[in-house]
Design a protein around this ligand. Sequence first.
Ligand code: IPE
Ligand code: IPE
Ligand code: MG
Length: 245
Amino acid sequence: MSEKQARSLPKIPRHVAIIMDGNGRWARERGLPRLAGHRAGTENLRRIIEACVEFGIQYLTIYAFSTENWARPRDEVEGLMDIMEEVIDREVPKLHEQGVQIRHLGKMEGIRPELQKKLREAVELTRNNSRLILNVALNYGGRDEIVQAIRKMIRDGLSPEEVTEERVAQYLYTAGIPDPDLIIRTSGEYRMSNFLLWQGAYAEWYFTPVYWPDFDKEELRKALEEYARRQRRFGRVEPVEEPVR
Ligand code: IPE
Ligand code: IPE
Ligand code: MG
């Protein structure tokens, strides 16, 4: 896909969020352990980040590990954390070179200290980059995010009248990031799984049966074409082009 082709779409979402699902089933269908699926998933992530840059997407949010995923077998959780550390070591220097800014969405508490350190360092290293903002949702839960925000507002002594939609948004992990325009879920599951509950209020959803390790640039292009055909109304009668943000 050339840059020209990539940019030929009539409208491109500013913020794309992805529930990267189906690694386990991808592996099982090949007679491989689940962790092999997670490794294949991270390989794919590199390709999709590149494609997002080519398409001119400004914000990409990826769901890497939910607050509920701790309930998986210990070996899988530990293996996933190992993979994430490896991926940060291997990919962050390249991402930094490409001008990608990395942000973490989620609770640091509960993540093993080595991974916390790597995450903080990646965020710090890339903080002035602006080609693509990559939000990594790791130990992220939409309900947890809202609870953390409420606690912080109370601690800050906000009066009831000061609690507005704008103010709440400023207390979320995504403070300063526009809401997602398009949320993609791979692997044929049709649910939110606690992802961007507040921010996704008016997102367009795109579901595909393709497992995450097989969701390539061509699949992303199909999602973007579908998005370009959608009419967003935000509760009105007439389509609204892009919301003023
Ligand atoms: C998504 O793939 C990755 C994570 C949740 C970490 P899954 O591991 O959920 O794969 P399936 O849904 O079992 O196939
Ligand atoms: C959502 O996928 C979380 C991530 C992709 C990180 P899950 O596979 O955990 O979701 P459920 O359990 O099928 O809802
Ligand atoms: Mg899953």
